[in-house]
Design a protein around this ligand. Structure first.
Ligand SMILES: [Zn+2]
Length: 124
């Protein structure tokens, strides 16, 4: 699927409600397939979601890291455990880690990005 078509369909499919006849259409299947298998479409969509969350993806090693930090940002404004958060970035210590969902703020620090493999900054 061309990126231009993907963008058009995103406008169409991100307006709720999306009805069942749409979800079971061939066009919707192609749209979902493009999101999962077309790197250009996927990157565009992730950048859109990252930007909507108020995050600048250019501050991180890759789009995937920035995308998976959206839930970390949501968690910081909420006292409930966010089980959707799978990556944490501590701005003070400049560390990245896998959150431990025990109600506290602990995490397992990681040294390399799980998506692009780049070595992450060493903690201060
Ligand atoms: Zn990365």
């Amino acid at each position: 699927m061309e990126l231009k078509r993907f963008k058009q369909l995103t406008k169409q499919y991100t307006v709720k409600p999306v009805f069942a006849e749409v979800l079971f259409s061939q066009e919707y299947d192609e749209y979902v397939d493009a999101f999962h298998n077309n790197q250009e479409c996927r990157d565009w969509e992730l950048k859109r979601r990252i930007k909507a969350a108020g995050i600048n993806y250019k501050n991180y090693c890759c789009i995937a890291m920035a995308y998976y930090l959206i839930e970390d940002k949501v968690s910081k404004n909420n006292s409930e455990i966010n089980y959707d958060s799978i990556m944490r970035h501590t701005h003070g210590r400049k560390e990245f880690g896998i959150p431990i969902h025990d109600g506290g703020s602990s995490y397992i620090r990681i040294n390399y990005c799980p998506w692009c493999g780049v070595q992450l900054p060493v903690s201060l």
